[in-house]
Design a protein around this ligand. Sequence first.
Ligand code: SAH
Length: 265
Amino acid sequence: MSDKPKSHGRLSISASLKPRELMSHNPRLAGVWTARIITLFPDAFPGVLGESLTGKALKDGKWQLETTNLRDFGLTKHRNVDDTPAGGGAGMVLRPDVLGPAIEHTMRGARGNWPLVYLSPRGRRFDQKMARAWSQADGITMLCGRFEGVDQRVLDHYNIQEVSLGDFVLTGGEIAAQAMIDASVRLLPSVLGNADSIEEESHSNGLLEHPQYTKPAQWAGRDIPEVLMSGHHGKIEKWRREMAESITKERRPDMWAALHADQDS
Ligand code: SAH
């Protein structure tokens, strides 16, 4: 093994690059959908996004991922990023004079429609609609909090939208960021080859998806529903629609009601 530094002047995105090596800024990929993450834990990326469909698309240059290490903007020789909450109380809060420069550095060169969001349990609940909107943007910048969160003035000053992964509290925004990026990247037209599978899946048409089966035809004494083996596309379509409707009605009365409210209006 040689210790020679890796060339940064590559002309093509090489499949031999490891996911983490794909995360340095690559001017050749200007115009490609980009997620920029501000985090104290850049090593957590690409994480699971480096696997499977999203990982291959990252390698193929169909989207890119860049991290800003919040620690680099820390103050004093200890690179402090946080301090005690004004008014007292438990924990630490990320300082505005650290976050501000990190945000400005990260947003540099972000053009067009480029949301800036803060992952936060107080935020609007993330959903498929938001994933679709983000996938149609030019890119997105996500601020991952830690400890008790961030100084409110930063959110106000940059007019940052707060987005939540769900009604629970995580230790940090990184897992939420990866979940939201995954949901957005798989909707990029160049990424998910088979667009039909997007149309039919849960949440894209206001319904949860019908049950899926695969081989073997019999397993543990259970058969695949006969209609799916019939080869009759009309009947299969009808069965799937009915199953999707009954599952949605039973599990998510809120979605079922919303679907009918839409149809009535
Ligand atoms: N004190 C805060 C919680 C801080 S949790 C409160 O009660 O609202 C620490 C960090 O984890 C947050 O800054 C946020 O970035 C992230 N986080 C926690 N729960 C989250 C959720 N449900 N969705 C998105 N990010 C979350």
